[in-house]
Design a binder for this molecule. Structure first.
Ligand code: SAM
Length: 255
């Protein structure tokens, strides 16, 4: 059982944090997509915290995720608000679409769940087939900075009514030659009468600037990196990625 199979807790903690990403994504589509943006895809959509808000803004958003429980949560919320149940259970390394999308997004490191070069490459190739020419893939991840100390732990807390959830994530092991970081993730869940703790561990694949830009994206002729931003999601402040950069949102243009 993965912690992603507890979508109610995930969405309480991360779901509230959508506005900055929403404004950033819609701004990116305006600035970087050639032509109009109507159809969107979110691989690894989870609970669809962004999908649902983008639908509400008049866009058509489809999503896929490995977790049946997260997809079910996502579709139930879409249905409740009168939208299509547009998420499906699927693997972002191996999927096909029947109609191409104008743009796609994958903002908070989900891409790093793909543990091998081949999986990452397969994912980018699926995305290249899924996005029309002139479209973009907005891909956010933490790089491993070659200068300075990377962030090794984070914690978030959220409350709704009598439910309070704290998520904590900390680094257990980093192996840069084998290209993985092992993280422990813990959910602390409080209700007025109970405190429950759920634990999970997972690997993130590590990327330096060069490993991401030339060794991976450079292998997929259909994508060209046209801009980069950081997790402050400030459209007015594109960044130059260098060897000290940690959080990056790459804009991959479908050429
Ligand atoms: C950090 S969550 C992000 C969810 C959502 N994108 C968001 O911004 O809230 C990572 C998601 O990646 C999904 N995932 C991991 N590996 C996947 C794969 N190979 N294919 C599809 N989804 C995957 C997990 O099930 C989980 O829902």
């Amino acid at each position: 059982m993965s912690l992603y199979d507890y979508p109610r807790y995930y969405d309480l903690v991360y779901g509230s944090d959508w506005k900055a990403e929403f404004d950033f994504l819609t701004g990116i589509f305006n600035q970087h997509v050639t032509g109009t943006t109507k159809r969107l895809l979110e691989p690894a959509c989870g609970t669809g915290r962004l999908m649902f808000r983008l639908e509400r803004a008049g866009l058509e958003v489809d999503g896929l995720d490995l977790s049946e429980k997260a997809v079910d949560y996502c579709n139930r919320r879409l249905r409740k608000h009168g939208f299509r149940e547009s998420a499906w259970v699927g693997d972002m390394t191996d999927f096909k679409v029947s109609q191409k999308y104008c743009a796609a997004f994958n903002t908070i490191n989900s891409f790093r769940h793909l543990e091998t070069h081949q999986q990452a490459l397969n994912h980018l190739r699926c995305m290249a087939r899924a996005i029309r020419k002139g479209g973009v893939y907005v891909l956010g991840l933490h790089l491993c900075p070659e200068i300075g100390q990377p962030i090794e732990e984070e914690s978030w807390l959220a409350r709704r009514g009598h439910l309070c959830v704290q998520t904590s994530m900390w680094l257990v092991e980093r192996n840069l030659s084998k290209r993985y970081e092992r993280y422990h993730m813990q959910y602390d869940i409080w209700t007025p009468t109970n405190h429950q703790v759920l634990d999970d561990e997972f690997n993130f694949r590590t990327y330096t600037k060069q490993q991401f830009e030339s060794q991976l994206v450079g292998q997929v002729a259909e994508f060209k990196i046209t801009a980069a931003y950081d997790f402050s999601y400030d459209l007015q402040r594109p960044i130059e990625v260098d060897h000290a950069t940690e959080d990056v949102v790459y804009i991959l243009k479908r050429v």
